[in-house]
Write a protein that binds this ligand. Structure first.
Ligand code: NA7
Length: 536
């Protein structure tokens, strides 16, 4: 690439969203420059290489549907794919559709400025290169900007400190003394995997989480063949489903109050045995609705901890307090609670005894000094807006995206932000995004973006931009839908609400109304002359 060049579209990121955007836009005849900070493709599945990293949506479902040959030729080995398999899949996709030639890897977009006179984006890269483009597609991911907390003395620690989303390939954990900070989805996956190999594992837990056994297992050739045969129909159903998932199994459809205590228990034992989130969350209509049904589900998961953990004091410390099941993103696990029965694992409840400080050799906590070789930060992400805010994006009238985002969320339909013409956010704030199968959401958005660009070109428009009033009304609607749900219940704090990042306004990040309903809404507004957008 010369120091600057001109294309139709810049796509930022080479994860599921970026790869599909690059494929589809170039298939529509547009010239595309992809830019990816990683050395290779994968996005989330490139960066999150920590032991135990695994998807919480079933592999047959968490994959592209846009090409039938692709879905027929690829064979998933497990019900829930681990990171290496998903990374291999995305490399296969990149090769199959010859996508690498569009990309510049190991390169970051540092700035993007909208030139109002020419209706073009000037995109600056960290290697000094510059690209001019009519369109910018932000395929930067919802959970891609790691949150690294400030902890007393941690910078003095002489061993290795790693964030799970930047796990180095050369990090040796076998027979080492390792501490994990953070017990969200990531920590819950990491802890059992590390405990298998580490000499000693210290789990530094602030808030415990509810978790459901994943029930991960190898996929049988028969079930793979069955799903492949039914893919066309199942994928179509996923696009209309609230959670964007294919109906691989059927659940619930009945009230928890219509069954006896014994029947409820029978259903829950079966659900926990089958594993995976939907078997439990959809076992009865009220599991994910604040109130007595959700209270019963919460109690059942607390009971599961007692059933699994040998030491009652440890079991108690592992029990979430002050919030109900469903408030935070539901975690699924492989042997998480049982890991605390191992002699080489120690749990520290930071709510009872906060970290005093780290020093060169370890950590002082709970009146003890623990010697350590490695500290793993499973401390999460600046979700939804973190990666967007990191790039110096300047739209109309010198408005920067960071200013526009302020302390909260922006976006019309999760696709566009007023003041930033021709800039699209894939599965952005206020779309179903993290609440649905994100691959289905990505396909929905990328196909909309490609069709939108086609529409502009066919009609001679040069820009499309979200209207501020439409955006405000949409964000009100998104907030209204989240009211009264488990996600915003009193006492609930989560990255869904931005509560893990200091200074962020409490605001639910996603459209709760369901991916199918959202898709209908998007289609209606589009057919209605791109209602809520200004075309010029
Ligand atoms: P999460 O779910 O945000 O979890 C982060 C964890 O780190 C959580 O247990 C936090 O405790 C803990 N944390 C954060 N900062 C600190 C400090 N300073 N001290 C101690 N503990 C801390 O991130 P994940 O990576 O697990 O999961 C994010 C999503 O990725 C997940 O939901 C999936 O969708 C994939 P807290 O709860 O704040 O007390």
């Amino acid at each position: 690439m010369s120091s600057w060049h001109r294309v139709d579209a810049v796509v930022v990121g080479a994860g599921f969203a970026g790869l599909y955007a690059t494929h589809l836009l170039s298939a529509h005849g547009l010239s595309v420059q992809g830019v990816e900070a990683g050395q290779g493709v994968g996005g989330t599945w490139y960066w999150n290489r920590y032991p135990g990293a695994r998807c919480d949506v079933e592999s047959l479902d968490y994959s592209y549907s846009f090409d039938d040959e692709l879905q027929q030729e690829w064979d998933w080995s497990e019900r829930y794919a681990a990171q290496p398999e998903i990374e291999r899949y995305l490399n296969h996709v990149a090769d199959r559709f010859d996508l690498r030639r569009h990309y510049r890897f190991a390169t970051r977009v540092v700035a993007a400025r909208f030139d109002e006179d020419r209706s073009r984006w000037q995109v600056a890269l960290d290697d000094g290169g510059e690209v001019q483009a009519r369109f910018v597609v932000m395929a930067t991911g919802a959970l891609s900007e790691p949150k690294v907390p400030t902890i007393a003395g941690l910078d003095e620690f002489a061993g290795r400190v790693v964030h799970t989303a930047r796990w180095p390939d050369d990090l040796e954990v076998r027979d080492r003394r390792v501490a994990v900070i953070g017990t969200g989805s990531t920590g819950i996956q990491l802890v059992p995997a590390l405990a298998e190999v580490a000499a000693h594992l210290l789990v530094l837990q602030r808030d415990p989480n509810y978790t459901i056994p994943a029930g991960n297992r190898p996929l049988s050739p028969d079930e793979v063949a069955d799903v492949k045969r039914r893919y066309p129909q199942l994928r179509a159903q996923a696009r209309h489903a609230a959670n964007g998932n294919m109906p691989l199994r059927s659940y619930g459809g009945r009230s928890i109050f219509d069954v006896s205590d014994e029947e409820r228990e029978r259903v829950w034992v079966a659900a926990l045995q089958e594993g995976g989130a939907p078997a439990f969350t959809r076992s009865f209509d009220e599991v994910m609705v604040p109130g007595p049904g959700n209270d019963l589900a919460t109690q059942r998961l607390l009971q599961l901890i007692d059933e699994t953990v040998d030491d009652p004091a440890v079991a108690d410390a592992l029990k979430p307090r002050g919030y109900s099941f469903g408030c935070k993103r539901v975690c699924i696990d492989t042997g998480y609670h049982a890991t605390f029965n191992r002699p080489n694992v120690t749990l520290v409840d930071l709510r009872a005894t906060p970290i005093e400080r780290f020093d060169a050799t370890g950590v002082h906590v709970g009146g003890r000094h623990h010697e350590l070789d490695v500290v793993a930060l499973a401390t999460g992400f600046d979700a939804m807006t973190g990666a967007l805010g990191r790039i110096e994006v300047t739209g109309r009238d010198g408005l920067t995206l960071r200013e526009a985002l302020g302390d909260g969320l922006r976006g019309y339909l999760g696709l566009a932000i007023p003041g930033f013409p021709n800039l699209f956010t894939v599965t952005g704030p206020g779309s179903p995004s993290v609440l649905a199968n994100v691959v289905t959401g990505i396909e929905q958005h990328v196909e909309w973006v490609a069709a939108c660009i086609g529409h502009l070109d066919d009609h001679g428009w040069s820009t499309i931009e979200a209207d501020p009033e439409a955006e405000a009304a949409w964000l009100d609607h998104v907030a209204h839908l989240a009211e009264g749900t488990v996600f915003t219940a009193p006492g609930c704090t989560s990255w869904y609400l931005g509560s893990n990042i200091a200074g962020k306004r409490r605001q639910f990040v996603a459209y709760v109304g369901g991916l199918g309903t959202y898709g209908d809404e998007l289609q209606r507004r589009t057919e209605d002359g791109y209602r809520g957008f200004v075309l010029q």
